[in-house]
Structure formats: C-alpha cells, structure tokens
Design a protein around this ligand. Structure first.
Ligand SMILES: Cc1cc2nc3c(=O)[nH]c(=O)nc-3n(C[C@H](O)[C@H](O)[C@H](O)COP(=O)(O)OP(=O)(O)OC[C@H]3O[C@@H](n4cnc5c(N)ncnc54)[C@H](O)[C@@H]3O)c2cc1C
Length: 460
C-alpha cells in the first residue's frame, strides 16, 4: 500500500481499524474514506446526530487521492468559467464561483470546529506566465473573469510584483487568486476520520466493497456487499473517485488519470532567501500539461504534474504510482522554475489516480428512489469541491433538499466514457499531443494556437 509523505507525516496511527465483521443495517452507508466520504459522514451527523453512519474503506482512511495530493485547497473546478458559461449561463458561473469560494472558508472553519490542525496557510494562488508564450492564456483567463463578473479579488501582478513574492525563473506576469490555501492533506483526512468517529460515526477499514446495489426489483433497501458481510442502509453514498472504475457496472463513469508528485528535502535558509515565497502561495503555470507547486510548512517544495500514461481498461495498480520518466521530468522542471534548487535532493516521489468524468464536471447526486448517491468526478480539484459535495449529499439525504440545487453539479450525470480500446486511444492521443504542444510553445516562445484537434477537445 502506498503511504505518501502526507500520511506518514500526519502524526496519526496508521494501523488499520477493524474490518467489517458480519452483516449490519445502518441509516447511511458510505463507500470510501477520503475527503468525499468523510465530509459526507460528518455533515450527515451534524444535521442529524441520531443517524447511524458507517464508512466502508478498502484500505485505510486517506489511502486514495485525499492522502496524496498537491495540498491545494482551492475554489476551482475543472471546467473553466468560459466553458461553463457556454454550457449553462453567466449567472450559473457566478453561483458556482460564489459557492466554491465560500467552500474554502467552510473547510477552514470546519477544521477549527473539529480541532484539526491541517497546517493551513492561506496564501492564495499565483498562476504564472513563464515566458511570452503563456501570456495569452493568462490574459484570456483574466478577460473571461472580468466579463463574467467573477474578478473581484483577482489581481494581475507584473514581473517585479511577482518577484517580490516569489522568484520564479521566466516569470513574466501572474494572476493572484486569494481564494485558496495550502493545507496538509494527511492531517486533514486523518483528522476528519477521527472527527467522524468522535461524532458517533463508525469506520471499517481493510473492507473493499465488492458490489453496491440500489433499491430495485427484489431488493428493498440499498446494499453494499463485502467479503465479510453485507451493509444494508436507507442511503448508500459512493465516494470512491478514481476507483469507481473498478466497481461492477460503473467501469465507464470516471477515467482514472494519474497525477505524480516529487518532494524535496527541507530547503536551507539561504536558498529560501533567494527564492522568497514567504506567503506560501500555491503556484502553477499556464501549460496544458498541468503543473502545481506548493511549499510545505516544514520548508520543502512539492512539485506535481499530470502526464503519466493512462492505462488500458482504466486499470489502477500501486505500480502506477511511480513512473520513472514522469518523476524524472518533474525533478528537472522544478530546477527550471527555481535554479537555486538545482542541487537540492528529493526525498519522496509518489502519485495516484484522480477521477475524470467524460464532461469534466463533478457530480453530487442522490436518488431517493434507489437510495444511491455519489459525490465524485473532481478531475484533480477535489480538495475543496469534496467538501461542497459532502454538504450537498448530506442535505439531500437528511433534508431531501439542498440550497445548492441551482448548481450544475447537483443531480448531474456525465455521459460515460467510450469503451476500450477507443478510450485508451483517445486518452493517450490527448496526453501526447498536449505534451508536444507545451514543449513546442516553450521551445519557440510562441503561444499555442488553440486550433489543434487536441486543444479543441480539451477546451473545458
Ligand atoms: C497526485 C494527486 C494530486 C492532487 N492534487 C490536488 C490538489 O492539490 N488540489 C485538489 O483540489 N485536488 C487534488 N487532487 C485531487 C484530490 O486529491 C481528489 O479530488 C480528492 O482527494 C478526492 O477525494 P475522494 O474522497 O473523492 O477520493 P479518494 O481520496 O480517492 O478516496 C476514495 C477512497 O475510496 C476507497 N475505495 C475505493 N474503492 C473502494 C471499494 N470498492 N470499497 C471500499 N473503499 C473503496 C479508496 O481506498 C479511497 O480511500 C490530486 C490528486 C492526486 C492523485
């Protein structure tokens, strides 16, 4: 089992809790003890402490993306504001933006309430144009924010203003977005698991759900089948993100895409003086092949990126958490961002699968008829969105309604992915094309045209 730096550093006992030992009946059963499952459990118990809540986890709480991520608690979702406007309306974009910005505060407030020290550093995000070829993307995103009326608090920084915060090689301009914080995901997810138990919820670990069925036909209540017992409940929530692809009848719901991370040793004081970065801002560029950086509280630099290959049949395997070529590329790229780190050693390298829906839009849904719900499909931006998903699911299960009903994620169902081998061909085509487009732009200094097939396909 992969134990990322974050889980190992969470200061928690990682000995698995007892597995399920026989069939049980509860009010609410949740499959998956990552942020989605644990926020849902927490919020159900807050709305109605009398409900019995059981979280069923295949490995240990935080084993999935929640215990491995890039530490970005942001207000983002994967669909860009312009694309969301095209699919819905400007008013909907504003509603989503408001809800997601408030979610960042909500998470920080919940941590205070539950006494979880997730080492929050509220430094916002700097999206940096590293070279002239990235300036059009920066200007385009800022122009869209202004047009849609979601630019409040956003700031365009000149090269000098950026350097006063953090000295990034080639940094020409940046957009500062204050609605984000760096967090310690291991402390957050393990703390949440303890808080759920403290509030009366039960967690079983080492208990993979083999099948999940809703109320239908001869089955009067939804059920989760495991090797050591069946859980019967009034409501069952799937919070299995990338691993959803391994469940019967759900193989094409989400595409598991690997994101990989390298982490440096603690950086010495003199080097930090050269780099700056005292504000702990989260950093990214404007490439297609996503990159993300954060500064840990103990003075390391985390550098993450997508680009590791998609595997035929949506396979997930612990061996895929490491990909020598991608990890090597990330190490080299970090030195490109920060030349003073060229000789810094790397202490950790890991990765994990994120869940990508066919239309990139997360989905928070509960069907009272079948008794089944899910919150998933964050495409690598679930640290914040899973909290909103958990609140929506708890609203729908406990109250039957949610104040967030107008958001396009609520009750949403993405179309399914193509069958194999089409899915593999499409995913690999996009991955290699976008990497090539990024490399060409960096080499020539000319911005991508946006007209290639790959760029049109990922306009999201
Ligand atoms: C390397 C990486 C970096 C990322 N960086 C960021 C970031 O910086 N910011 C951000 O917002 N998002 C980031 N993400 C995405 C974010 O971490 C996820 O969107 C979020 O953690 C999803 O939470 P979750 O609870 O839905 O899923 P997960 O945390 O993946 O949890 C799913 C859980 O379900 C369990 N499970 C699966 N199948 C079964 C089964 N059959 N039975 C029982 N249990 C099962 C798994 O073991 C797992 O514990 C990143 C993801 C990765 C992989």
């Amino acid at each position: 089992m992969t134990v990322s730096f974050w889980l190992a550093d969470a200061g928690d006992d990682l000995t698995p809790r007892e597995p399920l030992d026989g069939s049980v009946t509860v009010d609410v059963a949740i499959v998956g003890a990552g942020f989605s499952g644990l926020w849902t459990a927490r919020e159900v118990l807050r709305r109605d402490p009398s409900r019995s809540v059981l979280v069923v986890e295949a490995e240990i709480a935080g084993f999935g993306a929640s215990g491995r991520n890039g530490a970005w608690l942001s207000s983002g979702i994967a669909v860009t504001p312009s694309e969301l406007e095209r699919r819905t309306s400007a008013a909907t974009v504003r509603a989503v933006t408001r809800a997601m910005r408030a979610t960042v505060d909500e998470v920080i407030h919940a941590l205070d309430e539950d006494g979880i020290d997730a080492r929050v550093r509220r430094g916002g995000i700097l999206r940096i144009a590293r070279g002239a070829h990235e300036l059009p993307a920066l200007s385009g995103s800022m122009a869209a924010a202004t047009r849609l009326g979601i630019d409040e608090g956003l700031q365009v920084l000149s090269a000098d203003e950026l350097a006063a915060r953090v000295r990034v090689a080639g940094g020409l301009r940046a957009v500062f977005d204050p609605y984000a914080a760096a967090i310690h995901p291991g402390r957050l997810v393990r703390g949440l698991a303890r808080a759920v138990e403290a509030n009366g919820g039960r967690l079983v670990e080492g208990t993979p759900a083999l099948d999940v069925r809703g109320r239908a036909g001869g089955v009067s209540r939804p059920q989760v089948r495991t090797a050591t017992g069946t859980v019967t409940a009034d409501a069952v929530v799937l919070a299995t993100e990338a691993w959803t692809a391994q469940l019967p009848r759900r193989r094409r719901e989400l595409l598991p895409l690997y994101s990989l991370i390298v982490l440096t040793d603690p950086v010495d004081y003199a080097t930090w003086r050269e780099i700056g970065w005292r504000g702990h801002e989260l950093l990214s560029s404007h490439r297609y092949t996503v990159d993300y950086l954060s500064r840990t509280v103990d003075g390391r630099v985390l550098f993450g990126g997508r680009g590791a290959p998609y595997h035929l049949g949506s396979r997930i395997d612990p061996a895929y958490d490491r990909h020598a070529a991608t990890h090597g590329l990330l190490r080299d790229q970090l030195a490109g961002w920060f030349p003073p780190l060229a000789n810094t050693r790397f202490s950790h390298a890991w990765g994990g699968p994120l869940g990508m829906p066919r239309d990139w839009l997360p989905s928070f849904a509960f069907d009272p008829a079948s008794g089944l719900g899910h919150t998933w499909g964050y495409t690598g931006q679930g640290v914040g969105a899973s909290n909103l998903g958990g609140r929506v699911l708890a609203d729908l299960i406990v109250e039957g309604v949610t104040p967030f009903a107008e958001l396009p994620m609520v009750g949403h169902r993405s179309r399914r992915w193509e069958p194999e081998p089409l899915r593999w061909l499409g995913a690999r085509y996009l991955q290699t094309s976008l990497a090539r487009i990024d490399a060409r732009a960096a080499r020539t200094g000319r911005a991508p045209t946006g007209r290639s097939l790959a760029e049109r396909l990922v306009r999201h």
